[in-house]
Write a protein that binds this ligand. Structure first.
Ligand SMILES: [Zn+2]
Length: 302
């Protein structure tokens, strides 16, 4: 085998039962598919053979032949799909350069102490920016855990179903992701399970948006569905940005008089909750997106 460290790393991850997929070289974003579900024309060979759009999670694999084929072609980064790999990765960040304050690791240690626990040894990766990824086994039985952002505390996110991490062996803008502790992932500690179980959706009440039954109503309804999907299907790390984009779009319709501000907000809140975004951080994103959109009203012809 030629010396191809990314291929070797990808195969080693798959060997552990972890499902990998190519990221754009030296980048965090998935290399495939190269289009969003909304823009799927069915021309992509994998979408075509599946008969429907296939996202990165469905494309992630442990198949050595497919991995060899991909990583022989280009120096892709390695994305690790947490859900199919039965992993929950706790993502601990550091304050931005030049700012002080506790790191995500400090916050997690404090939380653990509050539960009379410690942070036990588990498979650990140091990220390009100097953050820490702690890999845990997803609990068997019980609800599927999804991503959280800031639910556990500032600078503490988690990735599970619907989420991925940049795996060791990859680089992002030239900065390597390295294994810090190479051991089998520990079971997710009980006190963390309790905190990561998805809260019942705040909007169990489905959002009912009353719209005119004519063509303009259908248009607005399609726009609402599209923007909500944009948020719920966004890859981890892109969710907050996608929420903002969706809020701008709905803010434009609100300013154009097609949708009430209240309805736009509930739709966005519900989509954000389904995407596993924490309430506190999303409220601000939604507000600023709606405000930005309201400056560019968009009218829907009846
Ligand atoms: Zn597609």
């Amino acid at each position: 085998m030629p010396d191809n460290p990314l291929l070797i790393a990808a195969l080693a991850h798959a060997e552990r039962g972890w499902h990998v997929f190519p990221l754009r070289p030296d980048d965090k974003r998935p290399a495939f598919p190269d289009h969003a579900g909304d823009d799927c024309t069915g021309r992509d060979p994998r979408c075509r053979s599946a008969g429907h759009h296939l996202g990165w999670e469905a494309r992630a694999t442990t198949d050595a032949d497919r991995i060899r084929q991909a990583w022989t072609a280009r120096p892709y980064g390695i994305g690790l799909a947490c859900g199919p790999s039965r992993l929950v990765v706790v993502d601990l960040d550091r304050p931005k350069d030049g700012t002080s304050g506790p790191t995500g690791l400090d916050t997690l240690a404090e939380l653990a102490a509050a539960h009379a626990a410690g942070i036990e040894a588990t498979y650990t990766v140091t990220t390009g920016r100097g953050g820490t990824h702690l890999y845990y086994r997803h609990p068997d039985g019980g609800p599927e855990l999804r991503n959280t952002a800031g639910t556990l505390g500032p600078l503490v996110d988690s990735r599970a179903h619907g989420g991925y991490v940049v795996a060791a062996g990859s680089t992002v803008v030239g900065r390597p992701y390295r294994v810090d502790l190479d051991t089998d992932p520990a079971p997710l500690p009980g006190w963390l399970v309790g905190r990561l179980i998805p809260a019942p959706l705040p909007a169990q009440r489905p959002v009912v948006v009353s719209l005119p039954t004519d063509r303009s109503g259908a248009y607005v309804r399609a726009a609402i569905t599209r923007e909500a999907d944009r948020v719920t299907t966004a890859p981890a790390g892109e969710r907050n940005r996608c929420l903002y984009v969706a809020a701008v779009a709905l803010g434009q319709l609100t300013a154009g008089g097609s949708l009430t501000a209240e309805d736009a907000e509930s739709v966005l809140e519900q989509a954000a909750a389904r995407a596993g975004l924490g309430h506190l951080e999303t409220a601000r994103t939604i507000r600023s997106g709606l405000a930005a959109g309201s400056k560019r009203p968009r009218q829907v012809a009846a």
